[in-house]
Design a protein around this ligand. Structure first.
Ligand code: SIN
Length: 311
């Protein structure tokens, strides 16, 4: 059977946002248009066999575990269909890097799952959503493509590396030192890095998510001048399961915060040290009894720890 179907799973975001007038790129409401409206704004899809589903309709700042689970179930369904070449997920930019990393950790798929987004609402004079969606479909349709990626402003980023780095520029995403995987140039891919890793190691994570009722509670605390034990002590008192510390520099922690985190660890809370630095990774392994995040940013380390703790 030929593998030529592209499945578009919509979740909301600015790409589906509308404003009262075409000049307004700030005072708009995200997550208003349905997936068919988004597709109708992209000319030239006649050559593709596209199936679309509305999985959610949310401003991604309000992303929830329930939506993540629904999205994972729909991805699992479509990835298993022989005729499916790839999946495109339309998503808000604010938590895109989290949902993308979540799907990579849950599937490490041998087919592409490509996120499309926009920094301007669909009603804007120069909306960026249609081009980003067209580019994401082009990536998903590329033979041999695999893994979870995000496309924005002509760049293709791996879920592992991508992060939103600007609140309003159209080119809002970066992959840090790793750089993008590819550029989409006039509908053609120019690949400069390898596709994300695919593997069976993620199967166990999908089984956990499929069965999940209660998700482990993992919170992020940040180190800063004058940091104290207060937040960590309060979280432990509330029964938190895990804490990711977004440390300064090489994952360093104020002595009061470090002491609170070690107390939390003794009380059975899993603690990981990451860094609030935008580039690089924490070096040195287990420092003072607190392991590092293996290169993951605080928000991605939180997801990895949730999946580890999920029964
Ligand atoms: C959202 O994240 O849903 C709103 C902001 C955006 O998509 O740029």
């Amino acid at each position: 059977m030929t593998r030529n179907k592209i499945v578009v799973l919509a979740t909301g975001g600015t790409i589906a946002g509308t404003a009262a007038n075409a000049h307004d790129t700030l005072g708009y409401s995200a997550a208003q248009l349905g997936v068919e409206d988004l597709l109708s704004s992209v000319p030239g899809l006649d050559g593709f066999d596209v199936t679309a589903e509305q999985v959610a309709q949310v401003d991604s700042k309000d992303m929830s575990f329930e939506i993540w689970r629904d999205l994972a179930l729909r991805c699992a369904h479509w990835l298993a269909q022989t005729e499916v070449q790839g999946i495109v997920v339309t998503h808000g930019t604010d938590t895109l890097e989290e949902t993308a990393y979540f799907l990579q950790a849950v599937f490490a798929p041998s087919k592409p799952i490509v996120f499309a987004c926009a920094m301007r609402p669909a009603t804007a004079l120069l909306a960026d959503g249609p081009q980003n969606l067209a580019d994401a479909i082009a990536v998903a349709a590329t033979p041999g493509a695999r893994g979870v990626m995000a496309v924005c402003a002509s760049q293709v980023h791996a879920a592992l590396n991508v992060a939103k780095r600007h609140p309003y520029l159209l080119d809002a995403f970066e992959s840090g030192e790793a750089g993008p995987i590819a550029f989409v140039e006039n509908g053609q891919l120019r690949q400069v890095n390898d596709w994300p890793a695919a593997g069976d190691g993620a199967v166990e994570n999908f089984k956990k998510v499929e069965r999940a009722v209660l998700w482990p509670r993992v919170e992020i605390v940040m180190n800063y001048a004058g940091a104290s034990a207060a937040t960590v002590d309060a979280l432990v008192a509330q029964g938190v399961d895990g804490i990711v510390a977004a440390g300064t520099g090489n994952g360093t922690l104020h002595n009061q915060l470090a002491a609170a985190l070690l107390r939390a660890k003794s009380a059975g809370v899993q603690v990981i040290r990451s860094t609030r630095c935008a580039q690089g990774r924490v070096l040195g392994g287990v420092d003072g009894g607190l392991p590092d995040s293996a290169g993951l940013s605080p928000v991605k380390a939180r997801i990895a720890l949730m999946l580890t703790l999920m029964r």
